[in-house]
Design a protein around this ligand. Sequence first.
Ligand code: ZN
Length: 502
Amino acid sequence: MSGLIDLVAFGDAMARYEPVIGLETHVELGTNTKMFCGCPTTFGLEPNSAVCPVCLGLPGSLPVANRAAIEYTIRIGLALNCTIASWCRFARKNYFYPDMPKDFQISQYDEPLCTDGSLEVAVEGQKFRIGIERVHLEEDTGKSLHVGGATGRIHGADYSLVDYNRAGIPLVEVVTKPIPGTGALAPVVARAYVTELRDLLRALKVSDVRMEEGSLRCDVNTSLAPYGATQWGTRTETKNVNSLRSVERAVRFEIERQAAVLDAGGKVVQETRHFHEDSGTTTAGRSKEEAQDYRYFPEPDLVPVAPEASWVEEIRSSLPELPATRRARLQSEWGLSDLDMAALLNIGALDLVAATVAAGASAADARKWWLGELARHANSAGVELPELAITPAQVARVAALVQDRTLNDKLARQVIEAVLAGEGEPDQIVSAQGLAVVTDDGALTQTVESVIAANPEVADKIRAGKTPAVGALVGEVMKATRGRADAARARELILQRLTEGS
Ligand SMILES: [Zn+2]
């Protein structure tokens, strides 16, 4: 399916149907040990090397809750403006799956640790306040590997292997309330929400939030109803969407698919669906379980979680500056309009500009280089700005060399190019390639003399008081020095020579 057809189908659907989306985000917490035992949580260990009787569910073993995981969850809840429960319990979620050795998962059900919060996101100049239903703690399952067969799924596989290293890793699930009112922006709002949540979690230092390693993954709920309907439509849940781009694509695809079903007089089936990264489509998975299928009951092997109010306040007072607050602060420190700030965020340059300013550049210079010259380089190389082979410190150094008039803009661009090409530090490049501006008056005066001699008519105009004509002569000086002259100084010398009669 081409992008153009996608857009047309999507636009058509949006004319008739109103979407409601919802997101459930699973976050692997960056504690060093598992949720209910002391096994390490390091990524990429030898399969089944980080296991013990507790996370293998051996008879007689007893879980003990990880205090750090509870603290991290409270941090997340507070940062999302949630109410923190003063007393809550873990629950058993019963189901059989080979990668879950206990045959139940310890989770939270009707008594989550954090409830009723919000997170604000901005999309195309509009703000959306996303309601947070709950933030709860649970343990991850192991990982099955289906070998042979084309799809990597169990059907058609020759045999299946299981790695229990992940079993028992602490997971937080952040569940939004249903999000109506986004209209055609639904896919972009979904992506913006996950991006904002990821940045928040990173700032809180509770997870490494690497979507590609599965430490942040999303289930995306989508439903459609005709405009003006009194009830929301039946929702589908697209599981394990593993990149920001996929979040947006999954919502977009589900809107188109459900619109086509409804247009044909059909009914959307409540089910889980799989997202396919390669085609950007979803296919039906199992029909959705109801909560009662899991036979939840309070986990009898664990004491209730009752965080003291003083502990919660201590955690609250230790929260770092959150991304939204930081953005507002930097925008005001840098004196940027909303539009300028949005441009900077869109291109992913916020941290780079901040680091360049921290390395001594003015905000205006830092912004100019990253959004101008460097954005062009990134664009033509097809990479993101942070992937460019230049550091904020190097950009700050180039800006400083322009400030002290060692370089002009043209030479600075040459230095930037040489840094990107791996030719060394800015100062090395300037001296190795002789790129510094010629500020030596002796050399410059000679050039000025010969330029005046070669352009007598222009010189006469200036002598007659037509000062703006000096630009033409400065241009000739720049040409003669291959861009290395200090243009401002050249201008001064020309005017001195022609108007002061010296
Ligand atoms: Zn263990």
